[in-house]
Design a protein around this ligand. Structure first.
Ligand code: NIG
Ligand code: FE
Length: 411
């Protein structure tokens, strides 16, 4: 199957295949081609160029993109989109004055979702999660990472990851999975956190590895959850199963987890709402991607990750949704890109780079996703007729996506 896109007003994010991530001042550059064509063969971007170079070619379908912008689909490197039910009552509790931490301390929060998940069948969980995935695909997400972490028992963690793997089989989106058994301490281990960590290391990790259910390992490194020592211990245990870390860190407190992540070869360190100079120093010279989750800051009314400071220090930055029932009940990357511009003062170029190629890097997908590059997977967003790409974050409340092509297939 050959599909030709013609008369593209502007084709965004054209990169050489050697580019894996973009850092510092280079994030301000977004290479584009105006008045362009692009050819898809099978599921691959086979060629593109300026309209005046287009030769007569036989294709199965031509899509006229006059007035429209084409860009690679969003790469959402941090979600928890496999979950059961919702937590809108906690949302109301927060409106009425309770904090996220106070709700968690009362047995709400992650433990509330874990209870709901245990009471939900795998089939029902699949149905709820598939609906969320379908929604985000329509919103332009072509690659997504999905975490476990609402199971907190071997059986339920396996159930979550199996659902994520089933989604990967049944949908054309690229999906990476992460084992987040260390998301919270379950009720059963209430007074025995170290026992739970032992259980994760000795029982859960081997099971997840045996069933080949995860690409990455994650932990919530935070006061009241897991310490830096816990983090170090888990990441070292996971390394024996070739599980690379992508960790939750510095959401409410900076306790030294960023350095622990970097030292354990983390592919990404995520949240970073509270960031110290020491954390920036730890990231410098590393291969670890800092990931900001502005929809979580928006929803919880907590500080935004100082993205400007991170970029101005010469570091890369990725943006993701953190789609989950407690702190970010949205998987809308368009909102995330807009919020990064509006609240974190990223330019549209920086935000688009952070949500495409750098997001792909944070999922180990830079070779196949995140840019318009010959040979990469043809997963593309075609916008409605808009004046410029800056209009995407500017008109933050409008759905500006006309159609999406995932893995070579128009939806
Ligand atoms: O990334 N902070 C830890 N985990 C999730 C929220 C989990 C929840 O509240 O259900 C997050 O924000
Ligand atoms: Fe998260």
């Amino acid at each position: 199957m050959k599909i030709l896109l013609t008369n593209i007003k502007e084709l965004l994010q054209i990169r050489d295949s050697s580019i894996r991530k973009i850092s510092g001042s280079q994030l301000k550059e977004l290479p584009t081609l105006k008045d362009a064509w692009l050819l898809i063969e099978g599921n691959i971007i086979s060629d593109f160029g300026n309209m005046n170079t287009l030769k007569e070619i036989a294709v199965d379908q031509t899509i006229d993109c006059s007035g429209k912008i084409v860009l690679p689909t969003w790469c959402d490197s941090h979600t928890h989109l496999v979950y059961a039910g919702n937590r809108e009552q906690e949302f109301v509790d927060r409106i009425n004055g309770l904090s996220y931490q106070e709700i968690a301390a009362k047995g709400g929060g992650i433990l509330n979702s874990a209870k709901k998940l245990r009471d939900t069948s795998e089939e029902d969980l699949y149905g709820q999660s598939a609906a969320r995935l379908e929604e985000i695909i329509k919103l332009g997400t072509g690659a997504v990472e999905i975490k476990s972490g609402y199971g907190l028992t071997t059986e339920s963690e396996v159930k979550m990851l199996k659902v994520a793997k089933q989604l990967a089989e049944n949908y054309p989106t690229a999906i990476k999975t992460t084992f987040l058994g260390a998301h919270a301490v379950p009720e059963k281990f209430k007074d025995n956190k170290s026992g739970y960590l032992e259980h994760i290391c000795n029982d859960m990790l081997p099971k997840i590895a045996e069933l080949d259910l995860a690409d990455y390992v994650d932990i919530f490194c935070e006061e009241g959850y897991f310490s830096v020592a816990d983090t170090d211990k888990l990441l070292k245990a996971a390394a024996k199963y070739n599980l690379i870390p992508k960790i939750h860190v510095n959401q409410f407190n900076a306790i030294g987890g960023v350095r622990a992540g970097v030292e354990n070869g983390a592919l990404s360190v995520d949240h970073l709402e509270i960031l110290e100079e020491e954390d920036i120093s730890a990231l410098k010279g590393s291969e670890t991607m800092p990931v900001a989750l502005p929809a979580c800051s928006y929803f919880l009314s907590i500080p935004y990750t100082p993205g400007r400071k991170i970029i101005d220090a010469g570091l890369p930055l990725a943006l993701a949704t953190d789609y989950n029932p407690g702190s970010s009940p949205t998987g809308n990357m368009n909102f995330v890109v807009a919020t990064a511009c509006i609240k974190m003062k990223l330019t549209p170029e920086e935000a688009i780079n952070a949500a495409t190629i750098n997001g792909a890097y944070a999922m180990g997908l830079s070779d196949s996703h995140g840019s318009i590059t010959k040979g990469k997977i043809a997963s593309l967003i075609i916008t409605k007729e808009i004046p410029s790409y800056g209009y995407l974050p500017y008109a933050f409340g409008s759905n500006l996506i006309e159609s999406v092509i995932i893995n070579g297939k128009p939806l």
